[in-house]
Design a protein around this ligand. Structure first.
Ligand SMILES: [Zn+2]
Length: 405
């Protein structure tokens, strides 16, 4: 399927430069062991050499000394909402503001992501689908920011969860029409809200609020249009329905049983748990309404348990922050990665999850892995992230599409 749009940064002269990082340890994003004393060279935004660094190869290249630092692929946040302000009432306020205001916030959010080393992110629901416009602007070189894979508006039933970021639909015909409409506007994927959630209007806890017929219709139509389907699901009942309908990724997946995790492995369904939002809420406990805090604590405990099981069983668990939830601005992906390490992933596994595994899930074949011919999206960090994933929070150098940020 389509590889990610390479930047149409036609007027950016630095895109054409030949740049090399020397003396680096290469962690290529596939899970392979790191290789030290390497050079990585890219020209016109594409990686042209990885290997020992004999001087001849470095001719006419702009040199960056790694000094033993590690080079790895740019990170991918698999779940963000760049149009939403990360405040306690952001999800409500968004419907009251002019849509241009949401669009500007989304554009800024893409910039915040990139400056945190997240070269690519998947937006799973934006106000009036503005993330689609941000994705296009970035692709065309009109905006410096993370490359965005955008779902546009999600699909939720009338009064359902996520309604500020969604179109409300009931019945197979409306579902099919909405999927086609989002595709027509340029969406890369379809987001469904088949269950309630923890925050925001239309919060019905774990209740299933879409029918299997509606889910089937959404998945079938999206797949025909070459789009994948991400489903916001809390609770085992919703997870069963999502798996029956054949969604591609389950967002949150709270309460997944061991059997359901085994089925995700069999069916090749990835899970994006989004652990950061509940941690962020718990850190602000004193500022929050008590009922919200109670709900957050219950869901948080259940989620930790189901994610640990999913990791143990071998589900493809992808790091996603749900940026845009309260106190959770774009850029917190490394914290999500650290939380996944606490729940059982090794540092190299979580780096794979935030690079090559995410790229593979979204059907991109030229990002997420450091390899000759791939897009030069990469980070240089001073300390080894295999000893401490947290070191990824302070990349010394960020490169996207070959351009040093
Ligand atoms: Zn979300």
């Amino acid at each position: 399927m389509a590889s990610p749009p390479t930047a149409g940064k036609r007027f950016n002269l630095s895109l054409m430069a030949r740049v090399a990082i020397t003396g680096a340890t290469i962690l290529d994003g596939t899970g392979s062991a790191p290789v030290s004393d390497q050079a990585i060279i890219w020209e016109a935004g594409v990686i042209s050499w990885i290997g020992p660094d004999p001087e001849a190869i470095l001719d006419h290249a702009l040199l960056i000394e790694a000094d033993g630092g590690t080079v790895l692929p740019g990170l991918i946040d698999s779940h963000v909402h760049i149009s939403v302000a990360p405040t306690l009432t952001g999800i409500y306020d968004i419907t009251e503001e002019p849509v241009e205001r949401s669009l500007i916030r989304a554009a800024n959010g893409a910039g915040l992501l990139l400056r945190a080393g997240i070269t690519t992110a998947r937006d799973v629901g934006s106000r009036e689908g503005v993330a689609i416009d941000v994705a296009a602007a970035q692709r065309d070189g009109d905006l410096a920011g993370a490359r965005i894979l955008a779902s546009g508006r999600g699909l939720t039933p009338p009064g359902g969860h996520g309604q500020a970021l969604a179109v409300q639909v009931r019945g197979v015909d409306e579902v099919v029409a909405a999927v086609r409409a989002e595709h027509g506007r340029g969406a890369d994927l379809i987001k469904l809200f088949p269950t309630g959630g923890v925050l925001g209007a239309g919060t019905h806890g774990f209740d299933v609020v879409m029918t299997l017929d509606e889910m089937n219709a959404a998945v079938e139509t999206a797949h025909q249009l070459d789009m994948h389907v991400a489903a916001h699901i809390h609770g085992p009942e919703g997870i069963d329905m999502g798996l029956d309908a054949g969604v591609d990724t389950i967002e949150h997946g709270t309460g997944a049983t061991r059997e359901q995790s085994e089925r995700m492995v069999e069916d090749g369904v990835a899970m994006v748990p989004t652990l950061v939002p509940l941690v962020a809420l718990r850190q602000r406990e004193l500022d929050l309404p008590r009922d919200l805090m109670k709900r957050a604590n219950e869901v948080g405990d259940l989620q930790s348990e189901s994610v640990a099981t999913a990791i143990e069983v071998g589900v493809r668990v992808l790091p996603g922050t749900d940026a845009g939830t309260p106190f959770n601005p774009p850029g917190g992906l490394v914290q999500e990665m650290e939380l996944l390490v606490e729940l059982g992933m090794s540092p190299n596994e979580v780096i794979v999850a935030a690079t090559s595994a995410a790229a593979d899930t979204f059907d991109w074949d030229d990002v997420g892995v450091l390899a000759i011919g791939n897009v030069a999206d990469l980070l240089l960090v001073d300390e080894s992230p295999l000893e401490n994933v947290g070191t990824l929070s302070w990349p010394a150098t960020i490169v996207q599409d070959g351009v040093v940020i």
